[in-house]
Design a protein around this ligand. Structure first.
Ligand SMILES: [Zn+2]
Length: 128
């Protein structure tokens, strides 16, 4: 099986470049304050927006999820655990007033960046 890097994937780097060019500033690989789990890939603390770029393999993307044949049971348990943890992190953050965006690493960075930008800007100005 190919080595899947969980940090600084191409999608994530492209996303960071686009958002930075559009004047947005953020923290990288930072936990939202007061949370023990769920290091966000991009964090906008004042707007309370947390962005996760999820690897297709580790987070079981519906388009590219693959189940390794060797040690199948072990992998299945591990990947299910990842998926459960993702949901728990989402719930914990939204209870604390954060908006969570999850982006698959296979997604095109431009529309993903537009989505993030829209949400971050909407959290800055009252929408009326
Ligand atoms: Zn995928």
């Amino acid at each position: 099986m190919a080595l899947v890097r969980s940090r600084d994937t191409q999608c994530e780097l492209a996303l960071r470049t686009i958002l930075h060019r559009r004047g947005l500033r953020y923290f990288v690989h930072r936990k939202p304050s007061g949370h023990s789990r769920g290091r966000a890939d991009l964090l906008f603390p004042s707007e309370r927006v947390a962005v996760f770029v999820d690897g297709c393999f580790w987070h079981c993307c519906p388009a590219h999820a693959s189940w390794p044949k060797a040690n199948a049971a072990w992998w299945q348990a591990k990947l299910e655990r990842n998926r459960t943890r993702d949901r728990e992190v989402d719930e914990e953050l939204s209870r604390a007033g954060w908006s969570v965006i999850r982006i698959w690493e296979h997604e095109k960075p431009e529309p993903a960046a537009a989505l993030v930008e829209r949400l971050v800007r909407s959290k800055r100005a009252p929408s009326c």
